[in-house]
Design a protein. Structure first.
Length: 404
């Protein structure tokens, strides 16, 4: 075991056998050891988080790298991840980690390197724990890596002030097994949970402070079991409507992969699917600040719609009801491009909808659709207002332009 890790950088930690084994195969002793290294100021917390983030991203899921020159490196990484941590494998494992880490920094592959590093643990965890596969039921992932699948039609998850979890008013009896996989993020004092809501599903989530989230289809919320003493922080990939419980001593921060939304107590809707190039905040009441890389982008007042796309900001006063109507089972849209409408319906119903974008992108529609109806009925209503037709084949919908 190393006895002096003073001022170790992430690169050095990733070359250290004891650190690698501690994170990949944690014990109570090693968790305590590394926590002391951080709390005593021996190792910078951010450096350790960076190293842990990289190790976890390798172990949890495969990463798709666009630069062709990195494809060979990642192929070696994936092959190495399948190997056991035998004595013979360690030198190669360390070599690949060090090489790929250097390439990672040099190429700025992950957005995390572009963001402000201050208070960035939750963002790192969220980026490194994305689900590998598509799920059909709502998944609650606990800090001990226990997966709870929920297939009820109505899904309501609540945390009480003691940290107990209630699903549809039934208290969850959590496993208490010493052999359960321990949380790998030893530097994070607050254990992280994750709610995964697949396409075609929705859920409500209530935190112990009284804050309520309505989580839309195809969304993911990453959050601590208990909020910190000085702030409340969650991460959202997708769409959610939030009613934040007021607490002047603890601001509530919603992180996405592009922006942070800081509030004290307010009601707003956030649309921030990582796969989309546009993110939006619609403020119902109260006030919020939009921040990115320590820079204040905007301060919103009620009925403001903030849109962020390709680094460009647009703020306008609008009828906010159309952006929150999905909570009540309605889809209200005004002069919206048809491809955007179809993408939203596909996500909401969990059905594939195919179309040729160039064929229909100039079509704009206004109207109100009842999302409590099945998709066929919704599309029937849509073709009455737009020059399109649709066909189905094995649960796949194809929409095309209809010549008038």
């Amino acid at each position: 075991m190393k006895t002096n890790y003073t001022n170790y950088k992430a690169e050095q930690l990733l070359e250290d056998d004891f650190f690698i084994n501690s994170i990949l195969h944690p014990t109570e002793e090693t968790e305590l050891f590394w926590e002391i290294q951080v709390t005593d100021g021996i190792i910078d917390k951010e450096e350790m988080m960076t190293a842990i983030y990289f190790l976890r991203s390798m172990q949890v899921r495969k990463r798709k790298m666009s630069p062709s020159e990195l494809s060979e490196v990642w192929e070696r990484i994936e092959n190495t991840n399948r190997m056991s941590m035998s004595h013979k494998a360690k030198p190669l494992y360390k070599l690949i980690i060090a090489a790929s880490f250097a390439l990672l920094i040099a190429s700025s592959i992950f957005y995390v390197w572009e963001r402000d590093k201050e208070n960035n643990e939750l963002f790192m965890i969220a980026q490194s724990t994305k689900p590998d596969s598509v799920v059909s039921d709502v998944q609650l992932v606990l800090a001990n890596n226990e997966y709870i699948s929920i297939n009820n039609k109505k899904i309501d998850i609540q945390y009480d002030q003691k940290g107990n979890i209630h699903i549809n008013d039934k208290k969850l009896e959590q496993e208490n097994n010493a052999n359960l996989q321990k949380e790998q993020d030893v530097a994070l004092l607050h254990k992280i949970n994750q709610l995964i809501v697949p396409k075609g599903k929705r859920s409500t989530l209530t935190f112990s402070d009284g804050t309520v989230l309505w989580v839309n289809s195809g969304s993911r919320v990453v959050y601590p079991e208990q909020f910190k003493a000085k702030q409340r922080e969650i991460y959202i990939d997708g769409e959610a409507y939030l009613q934040v419980s007021p607490d002047k001593s603890r601001p509530f921060i919603v992180k996405t992969n592009k922006i942070d939304i800081k509030v004290l107590g307010t009601t707003f809707n956030i649309t921030a699917y990582e796969e989309d190039d546009r993110q939006a905040v619609a403020l119902v009441e109260g006030s919020v600040e939009i921040i990115s890389d320590k820079k204040k982008l905007a301060a919103l007042t009620p009925n403001d719609l903030f849109q962020y796309k390709n680094g460009q900001i647009n703020i306008e006063q609008t009828d906010i009801s159309q952006y929150i109507s999905w909570v009540e089972g309605w889809y209200i849209f005004e002069s919206e491009q048809l491809p955007s409408i179809l993408d939203r319906l596909s996500r909401y119903y969990g059905k594939e909808i195919k179309y040729h974008k160039k064929e229909i992108e100039m079509i704009r529609c206004s109207g109100k659709l009842d999302l409590k109806d099945d998709l066929n009925k919704v599309l029937d209503a849509l073709i009455n207002t737009a020059p399109i037709r649709y066909a189905t084949d094995k649960d796949v919908y194809s929409v095309s332009y209809r010549q008038e």
